[in-house]
Design a protein. Structure first.
Length: 314
């Protein structure tokens, strides 16, 4: 009964205007609405048009005589009347509900199985002469078990849907937690790869800096040696020019032997032994880096609601 209460609604309120029913009309799907609400809702449609129920969208045809020809919803009318009426008015309500919809002065006494409606004796004799009918109390008694059984089935279906909804919510929550866990693992794997890559980049940079530093030092030593030899030779050149241009013959004879020896020493100096080796530096990126799975591979498996049916997404 708790499930039945959970789906209970205010049957006296029209779902279009959200006010108490005024002249409720019944659609074939059994949903009821105020006649004026239906007239406003289907104002752009004509008799014979197929239109959807405003609530469940089940389609029906507008009667040839218009929406007024729809059956009066006596059940809803009874609830509305019961809500507004005092105890004395209850008898009038019951009495009015028992009158024929077509012959206002006649009480309904029979139920037409062929037309699915309550009728008076006049209707039975004229329009429903050859139809299968029965007395209303007897027919109502036969209908009650079926209505009760249908209601039990509906309540059972409601319970099943609610259970399924709760189970789906639980599964969705568990899936969200699983996704969060996998996300953390992906991030952790990525951070580990980043640290490894940063370490390797740092090592390459340090190695390049070390090579450059050693090469710069070697360059400075070689430059010093070459500059020293250049200064010595330029000094010899300057002195010898001065001696030849301004020196006395005695000065030339006195210095000639030493100058020749010094020139021989300078010329015998093997400057080619002063080597400056430039290393050949290259860098080769890892092969197929764009397609290589650095952190791992994510695999997604879809499992249907029916056990045993597993679909793997590749």
């Amino acid at each position: 009964m708790a499930a039945a209460a959970s789906i209970a609604t205010d049957w006296t309120v029209c779902t279009i205007c959200l006010e108490m029913f005024d002249n409720p009309k019944a659609l074939p799907c059994l949903h009821g609405f105020c006649l004026k609400c239906l007239q406003r809702y289907f104002k752009d449609n004509s008799p014979g048009n197929e239109v959807p129920c405003p609530l469940c969208r089940t389609k029906f045809k507008i009667p040839s005589d218009g929406l007024r020809a729809l059956r009066h919803h006596f059940f809803i009318q009874h609830l509305v009347d019961a809500r507004n009426a005092a105890s004395k008015e209850q008898e009038l309500i019951q009495l009015r509900a028992s009158y024929c919809d077509k012959h206002k002065d006649k009480q309904v006494e029979l139920y037409c199985y062929d037309c699915d409606e309550n009728i008076c004796l006049t209707c039975s004799a004229v329009k429903h002469r050859n139809h299968n009918s029965g007395e209303i109390p007897e027919v109502a008694g036969s209908f009650k078990p079926r209505i009760d059984e249908d209601d039990k089935r509906i309540v059972s279906a409601v319970n099943a849907v609610q259970q399924r909804s709760e189970k789906m919510k639980q599964h969705a929550l568990e899936f969200a937690c699983k996704v969060e866990s996998v996300l953390k693992k992906v991030i952790e794997a990525g951070e580990a790869i980043k640290r490894l890559v940063d370490h390797q980049v740092s090592e390459c940079i340090m190695e390049l800096q070390s090579v450059k530093l050693d090469t710069d030092k070697q360059f400075e030593v070689v430059q010093e040696q070459l500059q020293l030899a250049l200064v010595e030779m330029e000094s010899f050149h300057t002195y010898s020019r001065e001696l030849l241009g301004k020196g006395r013959p005695s000065d030339v004879t006195r210095e000639a032997s030493e100058l020749h020896k010094r020139a021989t020493e300078l010329l015998d100096s093997d400057l080619t032994s002063v080597q400056y080796w430039l290393p050949h530096v290259t860098f080769s990126p890892a092969a197929q880096l764009t397609s290589f799975q650095l952190i791992g591979k994510l695999s997604t498996t879809y499992i249907s609601n029916k056990e045993g049916n597993v679909f793997r997404h590749s």
